[in-house]
Design a protein around this ligand. Structure first.
Ligand code: SF4
Ligand code: SF3
Length: 553
């Protein structure tokens, strides 16, 4: 196997024997073959669309299936196999329709991924997967390969967020069309570096678009987040259900189905921001948030004692002591772990099996006590714009530091805690994503009532931070985002973060620090290009980086 799509790739080079994430070689090959099949489907769908042939269900399927290949989403080989069978069947149906309308099929130059017959056997898919992965073609130029992978991972992030928006009934066919355009381009050897760079920038533009769509989807359904102190302790008298991942609708339906049952509900990881949405405040049995970021789940799920539902991502290898009370849903899966089926005909998901399990469980073991503040998305911050601007003009706030992104296992990530501790008292941290768990419990105080850590929400709520920055630019009459007293010190782990990065680069943000390591999939020339063009930089020490950021460097 060879996989280097996430920040925890082995030796910051590539996982070759087994993924740090728990993905084994056959599953990696199966996922590679799924991505290959989706590229082939896209290579058919793009010329078909140009002729007016398209199928909205196939368009959404591509995003859905690509999402399954993100880091820590789906480890269930039967489900990856089923998605691949469906991709190939949809490809063949669309190709038949396309060829029927094409006088000169050779002119289409369909790639092998679009035309090669598939046996339909799982073992054959795995074997083919070993031949079509990242390193399959040893003759590919290193820089072309790097740009293709950067685009692939940006598209994966785009696919995941698009899927999240569609779950909340907010669709946008232009996003689905671009995912296919990008995938199809990856099969086209005529695309040179400049083409791929342009596509990566367009992927960033669609990243801004999808985050805006998801913001509209969440706020129209659940209201605008408001500042909220979230309990991080437990109710020792009642069992609970823990909901992890990013899916607000899953959490909402769990809450609806547990009203009056005597069972409490807790958020985990990236669902912490749910507490700030007005629609969630109607449920007194939404007790609080349990634990920290995704990578601490094995210890935390053990101690939770009750059932856990993992939505969207990030799932780790389940430990035997909680595997029988772990449930996956949506695109998440693990061989042998119970799975809650998708919604049907506008009906909610059926969480009765989870609720039945909770009735047999002990209350959670406390991990900590106190509260954390959430709810500083764009509407809250912009409603306080006068106070913020006044604080800037008085010199009470000297700088904002955007510390959005992901958390992860590596001990180097202690850097982010250290940066938060080292930043002086006249600075504000703007955060979104699970990166916040490195510093959101530090009690860093406030500046004239404005908390020093403003948590906008999930990683996709990085869009909120962009909205705040753009409003600040307009309010102070700055020419560009780069003229503001804002520094960017981002942490990445998986492919949603790759999309967030491309979105910021598309918006012209310069001087982003990216850590804890630069992506292994960047060739040295592509990394140099990003440094030269966007002044992208690796992190250094917390002390040195804080000193540099304070002078705008
Ligand atoms: Fe390794 Fe990350 Fe790929 Fe998993 S997703 S195999 S940890 S690079
Ligand atoms: Fe975290 Fe997975 Fe990326 Fe949504 S939960 S930010 S890592």
């Amino acid at each position: 196997m060879f996989c280097y799509q996430c920040q925890e790739t082995a030796k910051n080079s590539g996982c070759t024997i087994r993924g740090t994430c728990g993905k084994d070689a056959d599953l990696a090959a199966l996922q590679d073959y799924l991505v290959y099949a989706l590229k082939g489907l896209a290579a058919v769908a793009v010329p078909a669309r140009a002729l007016g042939i398209s199928d909205p269900a196939t368009d959404l399927f591509v995003a859905h299936a690509l999402f399954a290949t993100l880091t820590n989403v789906n480890f269930d080989r039967q489900r990856i196999y089923a998605l691949t069978c469906e991709a190939l069947a949809r490809r063949d149906t669309l190709r038949t329709q396309l060829l029927a309308c094409t006088p000169d099929p050779a002119a289409l130059r369909l790639p092998a991924a679009a035309t090669e017959p598939a046996t339909g056997e799982l073992d054959a898919f795995i074997q083919r997967g070993y031949q079509v992965g990242v390193q399959a073609d040893t003759t590919t130029d290193a820089d072309i390969r790097a740009m293709r992978e950067l685009l692939t991972y940006g598209l994966k992030g785009l696919a995941a967020y698009t899927d999240h928006a569609y779950v909340l009934e907010h669709g946008d066919p232009t996003l689905l069309a671009f995912i296919q355009e990008g995938l199809a381009a990856l099969t086209d050897d005529r695309r040179d570096l400049n083409d791929l760079i342009a596509l990566a920038m367009r992927c960033g533009a669609y990243g801004v678009q999808v985050m805006a769509l998801l913001d509209a989807a969440s706020t129209s359904r659940f209201g605008h987040p408001v500042p909220t102190a979230v309990n991080i302790g437990v109710d020792p008298t009642r069992p609970g259900i823990l909901v992890s991942g990013h899916d607000l609708l899953d959490l909402y339906e769990v809450l609806q189905q547990t009203v009056g049952t005597g069972i409490n509900v807790y958020t985990h990881g990236e669902l912490l921001p749910a507490h700030a949405y007005p629609a969630f405040k109607q449920f007194p049995h939404l007790i609080g948030n349990y634990g920290g970021a995704w990578w601490e789940q094995q210890r935390e799920f053990s101690r939770f004692n009750g059932p856990i539902i993992v939505t969207t991502n990030c799932l780790q290898q389940p430990r035997p002591d909680y595997a029988d009370r772990l449930f996956t849903t949506g695109m998440v899966g693990w061989d042998g772990i119970a799975h809650i089926a998708d919604r049907e005909l506008g009906q909610p998901k059926d969480f009765s099996a989870v609720i039945a399990r909770a009735r047999t469980c002990a209350p959670p073991t406390p991990l900590e006590s106190g509260t954390v503040m959430v709810g500083f998305a764009h509407q809250t911050v912009l409603s306080q714009a006068d106070v913020v601007l006044d604080a800037i003009q008085r010199g009470a706030i000297k700088r904002f530091v955007v510390m959005a992104g992901c958390d992860g296992r590596h001990k180097e990530r202690a850097y982010y805690t250290e940066v938060a501790r080292t930043l002086p008292a006249d600075t504000i941290i703007l955060t979104a994503g699970c990166a916040k768990y490195r510093y959101n419990k530090l009690n860093l105080g406030n500046i004239g009532g404005i908390p020093r850590v403003l948590d906008a929400g999930q990683c996709n709520d990085s869009y909120s931070l962009v909205k705040v920055a753009l409003a600040l630019r307009d309010a102070v009459g700055a020419a560009s985002l780069n003229d503001l007293p804002i520094s960017y010190d981002l942490a990445w782990y998986e492919q949603k973060a790759v999309l967030v990065l491309l979105s910021l680069l598309y918006l012209g943000v310069q001087g982003i620090r990216l850590g804890p390591t630069l992506p292994a999939f960047l060739s040295s020339n592509v990394a140099d290009f990003l440094v030269r063009t966007f002044n992208l930089k690796p992190i250094s020490t917390a002390e040195a980086d804080v000193a540099a950021m304070l002078i705008g460097a």
